[in-house]
Design a protein around this ligand. Structure first.
Ligand code: AMP
Ligand code: ZN
Length: 483
């Protein structure tokens, strides 16, 4: 597979530390509120990536954190604790908030066919691990104590900015904007590993540590959780593009300083979903969630389809109009698959292999999901049996997860039920040559007659006659045939 690597700024062949095995880490949600559909765009694309790797034959160990501690509202070590903010808003304890929104997150994931990672670790569960890492960083001179907090000393690194080609000064100013300077820091990018001096009151969760009662910094949880469950060599780290700086940059700084060797070889960043008026937010404007889409009658999988139609490295604009277009395309696709006849022919292995190879290659080109979706249309157009087409579509859907075969089967069953309903009513049965639309018309003629609307009954008979259909009244109903 060829995948763009944000750390090297180029598309490169994806290689793993252990051949055939991928250690994968994903930054999980902050559980102080519902996830918005922008967050879920990142999780959808990461899910497709994981499933593609499995499909391509890798064995994958995927780990994700749940940020249920601290996590300040600003990028610097300032601001308000988001968890506490949520707890105050809803008059609940921080842990109740965390549990509620963790469950809500996985509910959304289930609706979007996002698989749960192999390991899901709430950040509050590994405090001892963070303390061990911070202690070693202090012992080895990568960290220092100031004003009661432990800071990482970025001047100890030969290279700090990993993801940014652009002006480093600009970036640092951007980060500091509107934020009070922390005078304890020796260097502008130093960051807190452990707080004992909280910048805000009533910090809800605190733990004892060698430096006093406090809580971990924002970045340490991902390093600690990944090193515990993925080991010392991480192949693939994922997150939204806003996480690249400072979160992922700081994860690299502390993990590599702790380990003493390179840590993660490949960085996958999903670009943002925006609204027409800018960045998606949990506090500004309409808060776009999966439940909101459902309440407006949208199938969550149509949103997944919407995401798959564009590349993960491009910003995507959400509007209801764009979503409506995706709904129409998704329903049309399901309709075309439903029209395939499962009993038509056998699976042609040569055709199957040819199309599968093409799908693997297209999706393997930097996770080109829109080409992946196009591959299904190519299959529908192929000159082969319906059985082969259905087998291929089911196979591709192991990666795309659009429930295509299930939806098509449901549509077939629904159509058959509707046809059946049209065929028998009040003891009156229509038999014919298997066309539900004609059955329905014949039934309408019967109903018109029953209502003594003979003009309408004659009009329908004439309309059918014009189509070459002849109706014969038989005992308990009517029968039709093409003449
Ligand atoms: P959070 O719950 O804020 O920690 O974010 C969860 C994930 O969503 C992170 O990987 C973020 O980088 C990502 N994310 C945040 N906003 C957006 C957005 N508008 N579009 C896509 N991904 C986002
Ligand atoms: Zn993270």
């Amino acid at each position: 597979m060829y995948l763009y690597n944000s750390a090297t700024h180029k598309k490169e062949e994806f290689k793993t530390h252990t051949p055939g095995h991928v250690e994968m880490y994903t930054c999980g949600p902050t559980v102080y509120h519902f996830a918005h559909i922008g967050n879920l765009r990142s999780y959808i694309m990461e899910d497709v990536l994981e499933k593609y790797l499995r499909y391509a034959g890798y064995d994958v160990n995927r780990v994700m954190n749940i940020t249920d501690v601290g996590h300040l509202t600003s990028d610097a070590d300032e601001g308000e604790d988001k968890m506490l903010k949520g707890a105050k808003r809803e008059h609940k304890t921080v842990m109740e908030i965390a549990q509620f929104y963790t469950d809500a997150f996985f509910d959304d994931c289930r609706k979007l066919n996002i698989k749960t990672p192999d390991v899901v670790q709430p950040a509050t569960g590994l405090i001892d691990d963070y303390i061990r890492i911070v202690s070693k960083l202090l012992d080895t001179g990568y960290a220092y104590l100031a004003g009661g907090n432990v800071y990482f000393d970025t001047s100890k690194l030969s290279r700090y900015y990993v993801f940014n080609d652009h002006d480093e000064e600009d970036l640092a100013v951007g980060v500091r904007e509107g934020v009070e300077e922390d005078t304890n820091k020796r260097n502008k990018n130093d960051f807190v590993l452990w707080f004992t001096k909280s910048k805000f009151e009533d910090q809800a969760l605190k733990w004892d540590s060698p430096w006093g009662v406090g809580y971990p910094g924002w970045h340490i949880e991902c390093s600690g959780i990944s090193m515990k469950y993925n080991g010392e060599y991480l192949d693939l780290h994922c997150g939204g593009v806003d996480n690249a700086f400072p979160h992922h940059t700081n994860e690299i700084a502390q993990s590599e300083s702790y380990l003493g060797h390179p840590w993660c070889s490949h960085w996958f960043h999903v670009h943002h979903l925006n609204t027409n008026d800018g960045k998606m937010s949990k506090s500004k404007g309409e808060f776009l969630t999966v439940s909101l889409l459902e309440s407006k009658g949208y199938d969550p999988l149509a949103y997944r389809y919407f995401c798959l139609q564009s590349h993960y490295r491009k910003a995507l604009v959400f509007s209801y109009e764009n979503l409506d277009n995706a709904v129409a395309a998704y329903n049309k696709l399901v309709g075309r698959i439903a029209a395939l006849k499962p009993e038509d022919g056998d699976v042609d292995q040569a055709v199957f292999d040819e199309y599968k190879a093409k799908f693997l290659q297209q999706m393997g080109n930097d996770l080109n999901t829109s080409m992946g979706v196009t591959s299904i249309f190519d299959v529908l157009k192929a000159k082969t049996s319906d059985a082969t087409k259905l087998a291929l579509i089911g196979d591709f859907d192991r990666v795309l997860s659009l429930s295509l075969l299930e939806k098509a089967a449901a549509k077939r069953a629904e159509d058959a039920k509707a046809a059946q309903a049209a065929k028998t009513e009040g003891g009156y049965t229509v038999t014919g040559e298997g066309d539900p639309a004609i059955d329905a018309l014949v039934m309408q003629r019967y109903e018109a007659k029953k209502a003594k609307n003979f003009a309408e009954a004659d009009r329908i008979r004439d309309e059918l006659k014009a189509q070459g259909i002849e109706i014969t009244d038989v005992k308990g109903g009517a029968s039709w045939k093409r003449v």
